[in-house]
Design a binder for this molecule. Structure first.
Ligand code: NAD
Length: 295
């Protein structure tokens, strides 16, 4: 063996192997791109999904400005096709690939037509991921939608209705925190109800698992991520999450000591942001660089 190949071997032995579950989705592709480009020697990134084609959210929602060259090719030898509800196959892949770190993004979205399927995949599939053998850390994609129920109440209702008076209310706005404000699901449509209740159940599952286990699970209540990387023009911009801030959060969550587990809001620093990021900043050193401006 020559000197170069022996160095390469040593380098790859020091790499940490990350499995992105839901890698064919919008966030999965963004993170695969970010981690492989930013940390070519620190992390080896593998992906798993039920299909290799990019997800409908990635393809259709952004059809007008869809550019094939923006899609990062996923090498075949780094991709595993598996449905997360197939517990045996999922655990076998994780064991065989000696995975210690998982970023779990796979889910059926609130727009999926089969409500029962949303619940089954998102809860049972996530249970299978959480119970995978020999994992040190899981970063789980929860959602800001788990507190959308507060949008029925003032002062958050006025943000939703866009009647919020920035001059008088913004400086006194009490932001929703993980510690003091229990989740309140979005009940506006059956899909959103099942989707957000499923995320709440999985956050609770994560909390229970880490109590009795050395595993770390970081539940990230992501804000609204879109391929254009621009805040929308509705109230939803208050919960925008830019690609840069998403990637920086993931880097921080991967680097955090393994005794850190918990539930964290992950949004950009938006005007009218109504959830509290202090906990995320304090525990993980997350510092959002972007923010939706006032319109
Ligand atoms: N994009 C956002 O604004 C946003 C906001 C908050 C939370 N989230 C969460 O982040 C995660 C990723 O969202 P996204 O926007 O990339 O969605 P997406 O639909 O683009 O990606 C989800 C991926 O999960 C895969 N998947 C679904 N069911 C599966 C199964 N049974 N087995 C294996 N893979 C399966 C899909 O094929 C898809 O590639 C989801 O959990 C979502 O709930 C997204």
């Amino acid at each position: 063996m020559n000197e170069i190949s022996s160095n390469e071997k040593e380098l790859s032995a020091n790499q940490q192997r990350i499995l992105i579950i839901g890698v064919s989705g919008l966030i999965g592709r963004l993170l695969f791109n970010h981690l492989t480009k930013t940390y070519p020697t620190k992390y080896e990134v593998l992906g798993l999904d039920q299909h290799m084609n990019i997800s409908p959210r990635y393809q259709f929602k952004n059809y007008d400005n869809f550019k094939a060259e923006t899609i990062v090719p996923l090498p075949l030898n780094k991709f595993f096709q598996c449905d997360i509800t197939d517990r045996e196959k999922l655990h076998q892949i994780i064991k065989e690939q000696n995975i210690k770190i998982i970023i779990h993004l796979a889910a059926l979205l609130e727009t999926h037509p089969d409500i029962e399927q949303i619940s089954y995949v998102n809860i049972e599939g996530t249970k299978n991921v959480f119970e995978a053998p020999d994992i040190h850390r899981i970063i789980y994609a929860s959602s800001g939608m788990v507190v959308h129920g507060y949008l029925d109440r003032q002062p958050y209702l006025s943000i939703f209705n866009e009647t919020f008076d920035d001059n008088t209310i913004l400086k006194d706005l009490r932001k929703i925190t993980v510690a003091d404000d229990p989740p309140l699901p979005d009940l506006t449509t059956p899909g959103r109800t099942v989707y957000s209740k499923g995320k709440i159940i999985c956050e609770q599952m994560a909390t229970d698992i880490v109590k009795n286990n050395s595993k770390s699970i970081i539940c990230a209540r992501f804000g609204a991520v879109n391929i254009e990387d621009k805040p929308e023009t509705t109230w939803n911009r208050s919960l925008w999450l830019s690609h840069r801030d998403l990637c920086s959060f993931i880097s921080k969550a991967l680097e955090a000591p393994l005794n850190i587990s918990g539930i964290y809001f992950v949004m950009s620093n938006n005007h009218r942001l109504w959830v509290d990021l202090e906990h995320t900043k304090r525990d993980l050193g997350y510092v959002p660089q972007d923010g939706a401006e006032k319109i």
